[in-house]
Design a binder for this molecule. Structure first.
Ligand SMILES: [Ca+2]
Ligand SMILES: [Ca+2]
Ligand SMILES: [Ca+2]
Ligand SMILES: [Ca+2]
Length: 271
């Protein structure tokens, strides 16, 4: 089991290896929640505080063009710009737009994050995410896009369970908190739950990664999950991914479902 100190050390190395064109983190705030983004490193969305508790260690995106070679994290692209904005009556910035561009001019990747907080003490918060990938070249691109998530719910390394159901919904639970991510569209080509740092190592090596379609459940480890989209992007074509993450302070969703892990959770946590 990796220690928190070891993970912080790795995070520092990752940040040092990234470009340093943006000094400050970008922070969104709404209601009882804040989300913090490091747009210049693989840490990406690195904090998600709900009522002061940080549930997120790391969420970020990787890509590969073609069937050979390794993946690259999107922070290795040119950071063309970012714009936090305020979209509601809570006067703080709740939405972030970010655009990265391929240095060779083949494509751009745009991210939109929209944070919705709950009332103070509610323990709940939502993050809507959309990703737009645009082919700006004159040739078709064989695109492979990855999202990697490492939640440490309630700011503890070991979480009680993670599972992917239907190929599109990841649910992780610990200490009375549940994070559920639903891919609204399109369905991922591949997915996997994992134990830190297996998936991250796979995305960092020099070989093409295909996630293993491991649905779980996995229990009582430092848990992670990832989705992969494989698609062909024609010149001037656009690929859009729409997702949503919701943290709730109850294991209610898990208790309503079947499955071995869920039976275990029901025994431990539900009436
Ligand atoms: Ca964090
Ligand atoms: Ca606002
Ligand atoms: Ca790889
Ligand atoms: Ca974790």
């Amino acid at each position: 089991m990796k220690t928190q100190a070891g993970r912080i050390f790795i995070a520092i190395i990752v940040m040092m290896a990234g470009t340093a064109t943006l000094a400050a983190d970008v922070v969104l705030t709404d209601g009882n929640a804040t989300a913090t983004f490091d747009l210049n490193s693989q840490m990406g969305m690195k904090d998600w505080h709900v009522d002061g508790v940080d549930h997120m260690f790391q969420q970020w995106f990787w890509y590969r063009i073609g069937s050979a070679g390794g993946e690259s994290s999107i922070d290795t692209l040119d950071l063309n710009g970012w714009l936090p904005s305020n979209t509601n009556l809570d006067p703080q910035n709740d939405t972030l737009f970010v655009q990265y561009g391929d240095p060779a001019g083949r494509f751009v990747i745009e991210l939109r994050f929209g944070l919705t907080g709950g009332t103070p003490g509610s323990g709940t918060s939502d993050m809507g995410e959309s990703i737009r990938i645009i082919n700006t070249s004159v040739t078709t691109l064989d695109f492979h896009f990855f999202q990697y998530c490492d939640f440490d719910l309630n700011n503890t390394l070991v979480d009680e369970g993670v599972e992917i159901t239907g190929g599109n919904t990841a649910t992780q639970e610990n200490l009375g908190y549940t994070i559920a991510e639903t891919v609204e569209t399109p369905l991922a080509s591949h997915y996997e739950v994992g134990v830190y740092s297996g998936t991250l190592v796979s995305l960092s090596d020099a070989l093409p990664t295909a996630l293993g379609d491991v649905a779980g459940p996995l229990t009582n480890e430092d848990l992670t999950w990832a989705f992969q989209w494989d698609f062909t992007l024609a010149p001037e074509g656009t690929f859009i991914i729409s997702k949503d993450k919701l943290i709730v302070p109850e294991p209610a969703t898990l208790c309503l479902l079947g499955g071995g892990l869920l039976v275990l959770l029901r025994r431990r946590k539900c009436r």
